[in-house]
Design a protein around this ligand. Structure first.
Ligand SMILES: NC(=O)c1ccc[n+]([C@@H]2O[C@H](COP(=O)([O-])OP(=O)(O)OC[C@H]3O[C@@H](n4cnc5c(N)ncnc54)[C@H](O)[C@@H]3O)[C@@H](O)[C@H]2O)c1
Length: 114
C-alpha cells in the first residue's frame, strides 16, 4: 500500500512513518518543517519506499495515487503559526479542506485502516 502521512516529519508522525514502512508499505511524507526536525526522518533518507515532499499541506499538492491517508492535525502550538498569513484556526481549517480535496477529488476511494 502507498500511504500519505501529512505533517509526517514530526516527533509523533515520524514514528508512524517508521511503523508503516516496517509493515511493508510505501510512505509519502508531506511536511514543510515549520516545527519538524529533519533528524526525525534522517534515517529514512536511503529508504526507497519513503518519499518526502517538502510542502505546506495548506496548499494544494499532487500526491499521486495513495491507498490510505493519515492526516496529522495542526502545528503543536498556535505560536508556530505564521502571523503574516492567516491565523492558527484558519490554517487548520484550510489544511482540512486540502485534505478533503485529496481524499475525494484526487485519491478516489479511501478505505478505513485495519
Ligand atoms: N509530542 C507530544 O507529546 C504530543 C502529545 C499530545 C498531542 N500532540 C499533538 O500531536 C501533533 C504532533 O505533535 P509533535 O510533537 O509530533 O509536533 P511536531 O512539531 O514534531 O510535528 C508537527 C509536524 O507538522 C509539520 N507541519 C506543521 N504545519 C505544517 C504545514 N502547514 N504543512 C506541512 N507540514 C506542517 C511540522 O513541520 C512538523 O514536522 C500536534 O498536533 C500535537 O499537539 C503531541
Amino acid at each position: 500500500m502507498r500511504v500519505l502521512v501529512t505533517r509526517g516529519a514530526g516527533f509523533v508522525s515520524s514514528h508512524l512513518c517508521d511503523a508503516l514502512l516496517a509493515e511493508g508499505n510505501e510512505v509519502l511524507c508531506v511536511d514543510n518543517f515549520l516545527t519538524g526536525n529533519r533528524d526525525n526522518i534522517a534515517h529514512l533518507s536511503h529508504e526507497s519506499r519513503f518519499e518526502l515532499l517538502e510542502q505546506d499541506v495548506c496548499r494544494a499538492f499532487d500526491s499521486g495515487h495513495v491507498d490510505y491517508v493519515f492526516r496529522f492535525a495542526a502545528a503543536p502550538h498556535p505560536d508556530f503559526s505564521d502571523p503574516q498569513e492567516s491565523g492558527y484556526g484558519e490554517r487548520a481549517r484550510i489544511g482540512v479542506q486540502e485534505w478533503q480535496k485529496c481524499v475525494w477529488w484526487k485519491l478516489g476511494a479511501v478505505q478505513p485502516w485495519h
